[in-house]
Design a protein around this ligand. Structure first.
Ligand code: 16G
Ligand code: ZN
Length: 534
């Protein structure tokens, strides 16, 4: 049975603030950090139960609010294979987090145990980590109390990137099995990436890559990784003020670059024309690339461009390996994917492509259906998945020529270089650099794969985002129907026009996206749609 006395006592220590509602959304719980200790305490208890449900496998807990402001915080649960928490648990998490008092908290936990037939007598194991936010230490304490109440075996990984925590969770659970994901330690993570990199990189790069670390945990991880990469990788780190209050994600980082479509001010005069730069977000799971041309004009290489580069490269790589039955390379995008990226993948590269709703879990699951699934959100979050059949196929493959042999070795190293558990800015960045190196591309050559259609994203605050319902992977509204008719009538006026309105999964707002043949038209269309009158 549940340790009711211990749970009730701990719950008293972290009373739920009245009138504040939490919801386990696309990226777990997220809110201003001052409301957050009670939630994190309860997540500790849920994570322990999740571990029991999975025969005492390690469950991960990550405390971070990613690209959001420094005063916010968030928490999410990571499943045994390093994936996002199974969706069916989300409403139960919400219920447990909002239980007003210890008695209803215990009842909500009981409901969860009954629903998922949890054997409470099993042991539980949880591995956790947190980002650099000043609110983290207090939240970690709350988490620890929840875990202690459940007598959970814990590993505290300290200040780590979100993808490192996902890696750890999977590595701990696969250690010594045929699916061994690597040494379950942070040095193990660096060793895996750096040795794959060393196998893959062909000639020493001359220029240095400028990496904007958003003043977040990515700065710590990058510094550590650089030690392992030694001379083979030249990078200059900027925005590395990890423990200076107020600077996290402030006027820098991947989200700044994507939403403003401009160079962070701190990189002006630092990034040289032609040099590649990239920005991580606050927990290092998003990546945006960019460069300045010879006229100092800014060009952004977003998640779609990264995806196009990777998918195009992998499809050719697979051909060179000489498989009897080559794995099928496919691409997953969301409604935000630039129209020309979709065209490039489907028409130029003949890649199978699916479009799904926003949020990593949707992309991840769709990508699992391909032999090799490349998924990226335009905002720079993404990775590559290799199905177990594909991994088996590669393991058994007997190359017939030296070229095939070499390419198969490359493919194996690529699998090690890629953090398949979740989008990982650092692993993705190494992957991009390797591909550019193999193709002998500079930023401009990469950029010229296709030209982005000008686009604009606008946020409109609304009272109730549940009033807005969508279909076909959020590309159309079913409710309000008259609003969709309005969207259709406006979009029809623009050549190459496309637009949609979707409710945010993280804020009380709807997002309005438009693209069109020119910047002026894209902005005009977005503004019309945002100021709808129907
Ligand atoms: C979350 C998602 C991100 C998505 C964003 C959309 C995860 C881990 N993160 O941050 O993938 O792009 O939400 O936010 O799934 P929105 O629904 O507010 O537009
Ligand atoms: Zn993030």
């Amino acid at each position: 049975n549940l340790p009711i006395a211990a749970l009730a006592a701990a719950c008293e220590q972290y009373p739920k603030p009245e009138g504040h509602l939490y919801s386990y959304g696309t990226a777990g719980f997220r809110s201003h950090s001052k409301w957050f200790e009670p939630v994190v305490f309860r997540v500790g208890v849920i994570a322990a139960l999740r571990s029991k449900r999975h025969s005492s496998k390690f469950i991960g807990v990550m405390i971070t609010a990613s690209h959001n402001p420094e005063d916010d915080n968030g928490v999410k649960i990571v499943d045994p294979r390093g994936e996002m928490l199974q969706t069916e648990w989300e409403p139960y998490c919400t219920k447990i987090a909002n239980a007003p008092d210890p008695a209803s908290f215990i009842t909500a936990l009981d409901d969860l145990c009954t629903k998922f037939k949890i054997d409470v007598s099993k042991r539980s194991k949880v591995v956790y980590a947190y980002d650099t936010r000043p609110s983290c230490p207090a939240l970690v304490k709350a988490l620890q109390l929840g875990l202690a109440a459940m007598e959970t075996e814990t590993i505290n990984e300290g200040v780590r990137t979100t993808p490192q925590l996902h890696y750890m969770t999977r590595a701990l659970n696969t250690q010594g099995t045929k699916d061994d994901y690597g040494e379950p330690s942070i040095p193990g993570y660096y060793k895996k990436l750096s040795s794959a990199w060393k196998r893959l990189i062909r000639r020493r790069e001359e220029g240095s890559l400028l990496i904007d670390c958003a003043n977040g945990v990515g700065a710590i991880a990058m510094k550590e990784l650089l030690e392992y990469l030694s001379d083979d990788f030249k990078a200059t780190l900027v925005n590395t003020d990890v423990f200076v209050p107020g600077v996290l994600n402030n006027m820098c980082g991947a989200d700044y670059v994507k939403t403003k479509q401009e160079l962070p001010p701190s990189l002006k005069g630092v990034l040289k024309a032609g040099q590649r730069g990239c920005s991580l977000d606050g927990d290092a799971d998003r990546l945006m690339y960019y460069y300045l041309d010879e006229k100092n004009i800014f060009h952004m290489l977003d998640g779609d461009k990264i995806s196009a580069l990777i998918a195009g490269y992998l499809v050719e790589k697979v051909k060179l390996c000489g498989f009897k039955e080559p794995p099928r390379v496919g691409v997953v995008q969301t409604a935000y994917a630039n129209g020309n990226s979709t065209k490039y993948m489907q028409k130029t590269k003949a890649l199978p492509l699916v479009c799904v709703s926003t949020g990593v879990k949707h992309l991840h699951h769709a990508a699992e259906k391909f032999g090799i699934g490349v998924y990226f959100e335009a905002n720079g979050h993404g990775t590559v998945l290799f199905s177990s059949d594909t991994l088996e196929n590669i393991r058994k493959h007997e190359p017939q020529t030296p070229t095939q042999d070499d390419n198969t070795k490359d493919l194996k190293a690529l699998i090690d270089l890629i953090n398949s558990t979740v989008g990982d800015a650092i692993s993705d960045m190494l992957l991009v650099e390797v591909i550019l190196n193999h193709l002998r591309y500079d930023a401009r050559a990469w950029d010229s794969l296709y030209t982005d259609l000008p686009n604009k994203l606008v946020k409109v605050n609304v009272k109730n985002r549940a009033d807005f319902q969508t279909e076909v992977a959020e590309r159309r509204l079913t409710h309000p129907a008259e609003l969709q008719r309005f969207v259709d009538s406006q979009v029809a006026k623009y050549p190459d026009g496309r637009g949609f309105i979707r409710p945010s999964g993280t804020e009380d707002a709807v997002r309005v996206y438009a693209e069109a043949a020119s910047k002026f038209e894209a902005e005009q269309l977005a503004n019309y749609l945002a100021g709808w009158t129907y």
